[in-house]
Every structure is written in C-alpha cells, then in structure tokens.
Ligand binder design. Structure first.
Ligand code: MSP
Length: 651
C-alpha cells in the first residue's frame, strides 16, 4: 500500500545576522513533526532553507564590505551547521539563490504576466526595509511599520503589480470557512485587519536595488522578495523546473509552519498567487508565537541574541530542543531565560526523566540483571498501564492539531505517573524479601514498558536522549517502532545502569557562568564592530605588530594545501592553509613576486594565527605568513625545522 504523504515546511530564513534560539524555534518544531510522521509510517518531505535576496541583505553585505553572495554563503554554512548540531532531519534545503529556483521564479513571473495577473504601473507607498513590506498610510501605526515598529520610507517607482484585489472573494471565503489558518485567533485578525478592509494590488517588482531575480522581460526590475520567497515551497519540489515529480507527489503542503508576523503573507498573498496559477492550496498555515527575550522578540536586528551552539554544547542538544518543544507554550509567546533553561533541565530532564531511568535500571540490575517477566499483576498497576498504552494515540491527536507542547505534556504525564508508581509500590521493600520477588518483577516490568513507550515516542522530540534510553533499557530494534507499541515490550533485555542521562546542575553556579559568557560575547561583538573599519582596509594599511605585543601573538605551523594568484593584484597570493583546525584558513600574502602558486603548495610555514582578519582585494585574510626580507628586496618564507605537524604551537 502506498504510504500517506506528509509535506511540512519552515519559513526560509533571511541570512542577515547571527542565528539565534528564535531562529531554531520553528525548525525544531517542524523536525519533531517530521520525525513523528515518519515514525508513524508516512512518506515525509521536510523542507527548509534561506531567503537570500532583497534590499536588507544587500545592505548588510555592503556594511560588511563583501558581495551579497559571499555574505550569505557564510551565514548559510553556519545555518546548515546549526541544523546538523540540532539533529534536524530536513529532506531538502533550498536557497533562493539556487539557479533552478531563480529560473523557476522567472517562469512563474512570466506566466502570471501572460495571464494578466501581473501588470505594469507606478507605485507610491510606504516601505519597511527590514520587513521588505509595503504599507498604505492607513495601515501604519503612529507613522511606523505595523509589524516591527520601525521607520518606513516613501517609495515611488515604476513597478509590476499582482492583481491581489481580484482574489478578494477567494481569500475571504478561505479564511472565513474551515481551518486553513491556525490558531483560529489569527484567522480573525487577518480577516478583520487585512482582508475585509479590501485587498489592494501588490507591488511585485523593485528597481531601487538589484540583488534579486531579474524580471526576464524587463531586467531593470527585480522580483519582489516575497514573491521570490513564497514560491520556494513549490520550486523546491521542481515546479516550473526540469523534473516536477516531487511536486506531483507532495504538493499541496500539509503544514506551512511559521511565527505570527509572517502569517499575512502565507494566508492572504500565497493562496492568491496559487489560485492565479490554478494550483491547489496548502492544507494548513500555522502561525505560532515568539520566543521573547527580556520582554522583546528575540531577533537578529535587535541584537539580544542567545547562541544555540553555546547552549547545546554546554547542556546537550536535547536540552535546547526540550525548552523549545515543552517550555514555550506552543501557539503563544514564551519567554527565554537562562534560569528557566537550567531549572527545566534539572526538574524535567535530570529529575523526572533521568532519575526514573536511573532508578529503574539500577533496581533491575540489582534484582534481576535483565528486564524481568511480570509474574504478579495488581490493581495498583492499572493507571500506569493505561497511560502507557494510550500514550502514542494521545500524542498523535495533539500533533494533528498540531500542538507540540501538549504532546510533550502527555509524555511527561506518563513519566510523572511512573515516578509516583515507584513511591506507591516501594520496589526496594519488595526486593528485600524472597516473597516480594514475584510482585517486584511486575513492578519493574511495568516501569520498563512505560519508559520504553515514552522513549519510542520521544524519538520524535529528543532523538539523542531517546536512543540513549532505549539502549540503556536493552530494547530490541524491532520494539523501537511505533507499530511495536501495540504490545508491551518483551522481557529479557539486558539493562545498562551506567552513566546518568542528565547530571544535575548547580543552578547558581550555572547562572553565573552563563552571565559571564554573555558578557564575553557582548565584548567580542563590540571588538568586532570596532575592527569593522580595519576589515575593509586595503593591503597597504595592514597594521604591524609591535614588539611589546609579541607575547600576545599566537604563532603556529601551517601547511599550504592550495594556492592561487589573486586576480588583478600582482603582489598577492591567496593560500589555503591547514592549521590543524576544523576548517583550513584563507590567507592572502604579498609574496607573488617571490613564489609561484605551484611552489607554495605543500610548504610548511609559520603563521600568525590570532591576527584580526583583514580584507585584501575583497578576500578575507585570516592570518599572516611570516617571511624574512633583506634590504636588497629579497624575501623568503620562514619554515619550521624538521617535521612538525600542522597546528603545532610556536613559542
Ligand atoms: N524570509 C522570511 C520568510 C519567508 S518564508 C517564504 C522571514 N525570514 S526570517 O529570517 O525573519 O524568519 C522569520 C521566522 O523565523 C519566523 O516566522 C519564525 O518562524 C522564526 N523566528 C525568528 N525569530 C523567532 C522567535 N524569536 N520566536 C519564534 N520564532 C522565530 O521572515
């Protein structure tokens, strides 16, 4: 039988600053939904990606002194690393700068133009650059952008327009009936604030900047970023491309997930675009709340960022996933604080979950060595057994809504009940006498099955922890599937009472440490912005290091992996240098008159490893190769004696 399909998407993110916990929110939620549906036997396609065009990105790149593509490439690399770190199982990562997407957008634009749904006219209105949104004067709040509260600017230009007004009835009907947009409160807000007052035609091209997809028949115009971005949901599947088999298989999407501020684009503009192309509409658009930080929305532009790499390295990736999935009430706004993170780690992960597993495995190990066969059941077991056997069904119902927080509640309800069951049955007393052993076998079996059931379901939410628990309990592969939950587990699995899943934290100490890290990060950021001017300095302006600074200088052995001439720069060579770090560095040096790129390859050199990065001819140089030079103008590279490996310290 063909599997039921499930297509879920995150918004595609703007690579315009450092990634933060807020960015992780939707993706972690979608990952849990994707994993759950896969485990539940569906054919899942999970899409995420980046929205890389537009004035905001162009400006950010200009400020950093690099080309927009170079600017976004680095941030996209970081984002992919972040998703890997957070165990995100996306099936595809789309970038709006991908060639196939750009070509498809041009085709789509042309098609809408040919149909008469896009036409040329003149635009005058208010534009919010950070939100890439146009507003009429009446929509502004105190003269500012109604979404982000920032200043708007007047924009007037010849533009292409999409006939959004033509779809007034379609959109009004869509939002008035059924549950296309969830939660229901957002549906009312959209209808009353945006749709009922009357939809205006939408400006879908710009001429004031050029970082975007060109309108194919009028290339001084670039396509409006929201048209470019929204269509990612189908171009990623091959729509208007060379092979549309994925589109045929997975479209329409089952859920478009996002936070509330972009619901308007997805529930009004997107269905109008699709209707104009005679395409089916997505089944659901869900607008969840924001993670707030000190009372404000955590965002890249406000600077109140919390680094997900640091937190997941310190507390484990599942601690972060747990916070997102359970502590933030899904659909509403929820606060992030270091204190809540550390407290929830201690109470929910270390105590409720970790202790339950430790106590159970320790008792099984002590009394039976392996999960025992249940020999003496009792009325006392009823509630725990019922909660255990109904868990998967409950979680499924919650995720269909979808609500990840209430799904997690159902799991924690079983865990709490299991802990209470230990208190009620007092297994250590049963274990103290031979007569208690039969009853003890049932108690420990029921606990094992409750833990195994929770862990099987938790594979969707906290995958790393779930796997550890299933291994600790000696659960067989075939009893880790959702289907296998229709029966209790088999006994006989060898348990491992080894290390704790989560070691308890000293809250005061942790909070101090986190505050210190935050201070260091803020100082680092300040230093970087001070160094900004230097980063764009020309080659001649590279600062020399004074002798008094010598002991601050970090020198290392480097190996040249590759070397190229720098275009239009006679003196410069650009080397790729292995310093024994995760990634090799790029170093630009003024030595092209003395060495050819071929001669450089394979050389061992001495590198100043902690020099502030400097931009030379548009290339960010991340260090300096040391050379000796005489007064006749000869120059040679310094090289370490003997066979020192890349990364060896020089002191
Ligand atoms: N590029 C557009 C989306 C185009 S989709 C066709 C965009 N990008 S964004 O980088 O600003 O991402 C916004 C989305 O990031 C939010 O809708 C939400 O999914 C996620 N979040 C960013 N900060 C967040 C919080 N503080 N809290 C919860 N989600 C957050 O808009």
């Amino acid at each position: 039988m063909e599997k039921e399909k499930y297509y879920i998407t995150t918004p595609i993110y703007y690579p315009s600053g450092k990634w933060h916990i807020g960015t992780c929110y939707t993706t972690v939620v979608c990952d849990a939904l994707a994993r759950f549906n896969r485990l539940d036997g569906k054919d899942v396609f999970f899409l995420t990606g980046t929205d890389e065009h537009g004035q905001k990105i162009q400006r950010a790149a200009e400020a950093a002194g690099v080309s927009p593509k170079r600017y976004v490439d680095k941030l996209v690399d970081d984002l992919k690393r972040l998703w890997k770190r957070l165990d995100i199982t996306y099936d595809k990562f789309i970038r709006t700068t991908d060639e196939y997407h750009e070509k498809a957008i041009q085709k789509i634009f042309e098609k809408l133009y040919e149909k008469g749904d896009i036409y040329k006219s003149e635009y005058e209105g208010m534009y919010c650059v950070p939100c890439e949104s146009f507003w009429t004067k009446s929509q502004l709040v105190d003269g500012k952008c109604p979404d982000c509260g920032r200043e708007v600017q007047t924009a007037r230009e010849e533009s292409y327009f999409f006939r959004l007004s033509k779809y007034q009835d379609v959109i009004e009907k869509l939002l008035s009936e059924g549950d296309f947009l969830l939660p229901a409160s957002r549906r009312k807000e959209m209808l009353n604030n945006f749709v009922k007052p009357g939809l205006q035609d939408l400006c879908v091209s710009r001429t004031s900047f050029d970082w975007g997809v060109k309108v194919p028949f009028d290339p001084k115009h670039v396509v409006y970023v929201w048209l470019d971005a929204l269509f990612n949901y189908i171009t990623a599947l091959g729509y208007a491309g060379e092979d549309d088999s994925l589109f045929k298989k997975y479209w329409p999407a089952d859920v478009h997930m996002m936070a509330k501020e972009i619901v308007r684009f997805h529930s009004v503009i997107w269905p109008a675009f699709l209707t104009a192309l005679d395409l089916p509409l997505p089944k659901k658009v869900f607008g969840h709340g924001w993670i707030m930080f000190d009372g404000g929305k955590m965002s890249k532009s406000k600077g109140n960022v919390v680094d997900p790499f640091i937190l997941s390295d310190r507390y484990g990736v599942d601690t972060l996933r747990y916070y997102i999935l359970h502590i933030v009430p899904f659909g509403e706004d929820g606060e992030y604080s270091n204190e809540m993170l550390v407290r929830s780690y201690n109470s929910d992960l270390a105590n409720t979950l970790g202790n339950l597993v430790s106590r159970t495995t320790a008792m099984i190990d002590k009394y039976f060595g392996a999960v025992p066969e249940p020999k003496e059941d009792s009325e006392q077991d009823k509630e725990l057994k019922e909660l255990t056997s109904s868990l998967l069904g409950k979680v499924r119902v919650e995720l269909e809504k979808p609500n990840v927080t209430t799904a997690m509640d159902a799991i924690w309800e079983v865990l709490h009940r299991a802990n209470k069951y230990i208190d009620e049955t007092a297994p250590w007393t049963l274990g103290a006498s031979e007569e208690g052993k039969a009853r003890l076998s049932s108690v420990l079996f029921n606990l094992s099955d409750a833990i195994r059931t929770c862990a099987v379901v938790l594979q969707a939410f906290l995958p790393e922890t779930a796997e550890k628990i299933l291994n600790k309990m000696g659960v067989k592969e075939q009893e880790r599937t959702f289907k296998s939950l229709s029966k209790p587990m088999s006994s006989g699995g060898k348990v491992d009472k080894g290390a704790h899943l989560f070691n308890r934290l000293d809250i005061e100490k942790e909070l101090k440490e986190l505050a210190k890290i935050a201070e260091e990060l803020a100082a680092e950021k300040e230093e970087k912005s001070e160094a900004g001017a230097e980063n764009t300095a020309s080659e001649e302006e590279v600062k020399e290091i004074g002798i008094e600074d010598f002991d601050k200088v970090q020198l290392k052995v480097g190996v040249i992996l590759d070397c190229k001439k720098v275009e239009k720069a006679d003196k410069l060579l650009c080397s790729t240098v292995d310093l024994g770090e995760e990634k090799p560095r790029t170093i630009v040096s003024g030595i092209a008159k003395y060495y050819t790129p071929e001669e450089m390859k394979g050389k061992k050199v001495v590198v100043v490893a902690n020099l502030k990065p400097v931009k030379l001819r548009g290339i960010l140089s991340q260090g300096m190769l040391l050379c000796a030079s005489d007064d006749k103008g000869n120059l040679t590279l310094l090289k370490p004696e003997g066979d020192m490996p890349a990364g060896s310290a020089i002191s």
